[in-house]
Design a binder for this molecule. Structure first.
Ligand SMILES: CC(=O)[C@@H](O)[C@H](O)COP(=O)(O)O
Ligand SMILES: NCC(=O)COP(=O)(O)O
Length: 237
C-alpha cells in the first residue's frame, strides 16, 4: 500500500492572504485525516510565506497520522524538527528565494553534511528522507548517508506525462528498483495529481508514500465549487 500524505502548505497560503485564521489549518489537517489520508506534510520555508514555524508546533499536538516536515536543514529548521519530533523529516536543498522546490540533493558532494544531520534526526527517533533526482550515482550515494528513505522528485515525470511522454516514468522505476535493493524506503512527490498518480503508482515498485499538495488543493477547489455555489444560491432564495 502507498500512503497519501497531504501537503497543506496551500491552506496556509490562503489563510495568510487575509491575516486571520480562515481556513483554520489545524481543523483542515484533522479533517483531511478524517477523510482517510494517512499523513500530513508541511514545508515551512524560512520566510514563513505559507507554513509558519508556530504551525509546525501546533500541528504536532493535532496530527494523529504520519507527520512529515520538509525543508532545508539550516539551523532554525533543524531546531524546529528536533523540538516537534515529527514521524519523518524530508530534507530538501531549496534556496531561500525558491518559489518552490526545484532540485534534489547532490548526495555526492553533500555526503558528509547529510550523514551528520541524518544521524542527529535518527538519534532523536525521527525517520529521514532525502529529496532526490533519479540518477543512479545519486541514489547509491544516498544509501551511504544512512537515510531511511528517499523522496523521488517527480516534477520532470509530471511535466513529461502532461505532454504524453509516458516513457518518462522509466528512470523513476529504475531508481526505485535500485533504492529498494540498497535497503532504502521510497517516497515520491512534486506535481503529482489526479491525472498522473495512478500511472505513477503502477510503475513504481515499493512506493511507500506520496506527498501531494498543489494539485490536490487546486483539484479540491475545483471539484467543490459547484456544491458551494449551489449552497449560496440556496441561501439567497
Ligand atoms: C519537496 C516538495 O516538492 C514540496 O514540498 C514542494 O516543495 C512544496 O512546497 P511549496 O508548497 O512551497 O511549493
Ligand atoms: N514532497 C512533495 C510535496 O509535499 C507536495 O508537492 P506538490 O504536490 O505541492 O508539488
Amino acid at each position: 500500500m502507498t500512503k497519501l500524505s497531504v501537503n497543506i502548505n496551500k491552506i496556509a497560503t490562503l489563510r495568510n492572504s487575509r491575516g486571520g485564521n480562515v481556513p483554520n489549518l489545524l481543523k483542515v489537517a484533522t479533517d483531511i485525516e478524517g477523510f482517510g489520508a494517512q499523513g500530513i506534510t508541511i514545508h515551512p520555508r524560512p520566510d514563513e510565506r505559507h507554513i509558519r514555524y508556530q504551525d509546525a508546533r501546533d500541528l504536532k499536538d493535532v496530527v494523529t497520522t504520519e507527520f512529515n516536515i520538509e525543508g532545508n536543514p539550516i539551523q532554525s529548521f533543524m531546531d524546529l524538527v528536533l523540538e516537534t519530533k515529527p514521524t519523518q523529516v524530508t530534507l530538501v536543498p531549496d534556496a531561500v528565494d525558491a518559489i518552490t522546490s526545484n532540485a534534489g540533493w547532490d548526495t555526492i558532494s553533500h555526503q558528509s553534511f547529510l550523514k551528520e544531520v541524518i544521524a542527529e534526526f535518527q538519534q532523536n527517533g525521527i525517520r529521514t528522507s532525502i529529496f532526490i533526482d533519479t540518477d543512479v550515482k545519486l541514489i547509491e550515494a544516498a544509501a551511504k548517508t544512512g537515510t531511511d528513505r528517499i523522496e523521488l522528485y517527480t516534477e520532470e515525470f509530471a511535466c513529461q506525462f502532461n505532454k504524453g511522454n509516458k516513457d518518462a516514468v522509466k528512470p523513476y522505476t529504475e531508481a526505485a528498483v535500485l533504492a529498494h535493493e540498497l535497503g532504502l524506503g521510497i517516497n515520491a512527490g512534486h506535481d503529482l495529481s489526479l491525472e498522473n498518480i495512478q500511472f505513477f503508482k503502477q510503475n513504481i515498485p515499493n512506493l511507500a508514500e506520496v506527498s501531494i499538495g498543489h494539485a490536490l488543493i487546486a483539484e479540491s477547489l475545483y471539484l467543490g465549487l459547484e456544491n458551494v455555489v449551489n449552497m449560496y444560491l440556496h441561501r439567497l432564495q
